[in-house]
Design a binder for this molecule. Structure first.
Ligand code: NAD
Length: 241
């Protein structure tokens, strides 16, 4: 267990949309001391924070925890440095290959590690509710409908699949999926349970990408207090839900 000193933080992928949100939201958060930003393109750094190109990651100052929102091809490097230095890792980088997930499993024997496809606190609660509802009405039809902006390529969304996995845990089989792509919708997910004469709908609407950055920051604050192991976002944030 750590003492009360601020968590020395490195942000990997700091010039990206998520990296930039995290840097902005960390401003004034006394739980953390930002020590380094790793960025492929130029970034503005707060005073006293080192900015490193990805190929200089080995030269990063000491850090307790890294937050990674980069690209799959950058993931191995940050995992390696965290493992080597026994620093914790929170990663939201999507599209990891199976070998990268296996490497994360192995590193988590030695460091606290958390990877999540979705760092929204609301989606984490919704997944827990969906699992419980599915267990309560296993014979009802279950469908997950998701809507996103027109630029999103994958369908169903990773979040829809994660909600589907929660439903499957609850009732032993996956739901059906439907996807809509329209306008600039940030992200909407509905888990619907229906039978003759009645229907339950759980709905989550994201209106702002900051929700993911905020969730990652809260998860980082908790993960830094944990012993080595692989953690799930929902369990860390809502133990017992
Ligand atoms: P982005 O394209 O804006 O940012 C990616 C960043 O990674 C870029 O700044 C790029 O320069 C940087 N990068 C690339 N190679 C690098 C390297 N070798 N070392 C360090 N940095 C490197 O994308 P984004 O919207 O910020 O998303 C980043 C990742 O997070 C994506 O995988 C995305 O799918 C994922 N994401 C996850 C969640 C979640 O809740 N888990 C939410 C949003 C986005």
């Amino acid at each position: 267990m750590r003492d009360d000193s601020p968590i020395r933080l490195l942000i990997h992928g700091a010039s990206g949309r998520m990296g930039q949100s995290i840097v902005r939201l960390l401003h004034g958060d006394g739980r953390f001391a930002l020590v380094a930003l790793v960025a492929r393109s130029p970034v503005q750094a707060p005073d006293g924070v080192e900015v490193l190109a990805p190929d200089r990651l080995d030269a990063a100052p000491e850090f307790d925890l890294a937050i990674d929102f980069s690209l799959p091809e950058a993931f191995d490097a940050i995992l390696h440095v965290c493992h080597e230095r026994r620093s914790a890792l929170v990663s939201g980088t999507t599209g990891l290959a199976p070998a990268q997930c296996a490497a994360l499993d192995a590193a988590a024997l030695d460091i606290p590690a958390l990877w999540a496809a979705n760092f929204s606190l609301g989606v984490a609660v919704m997944a827990a509710l969906a699992r419980r509802a599915a267990a309560a009405v296993p014979g009802w039809d279950c469908d997950i409908v998701e809507a996103h902006h027109v630029h999103k390529k994958d369908a169903p969304s990773g979040t829809a699949l994660a909600l589907g996995a929660a439903v499957e845990q609850g009732r032993g089989r996956e739901p059906a999926y439907a996807s809509l792509r329209a306008g600039d919708i940030v992200g909407e997910h509905t888990v619907q349970f229906a039978t003759a004469g009645e229907r339950i709908e759980l709905v989550h609407r994201a209106t702002n990408r900051d929700i993911f950055a905020r969730g990652a920051i809260e998860a980082a604050a908790r993960l830094a207090q944990q012993p080595p192991g692989q953690y799930r976002f929902a369990d860390l944030m809502f133990p017992g839900l």
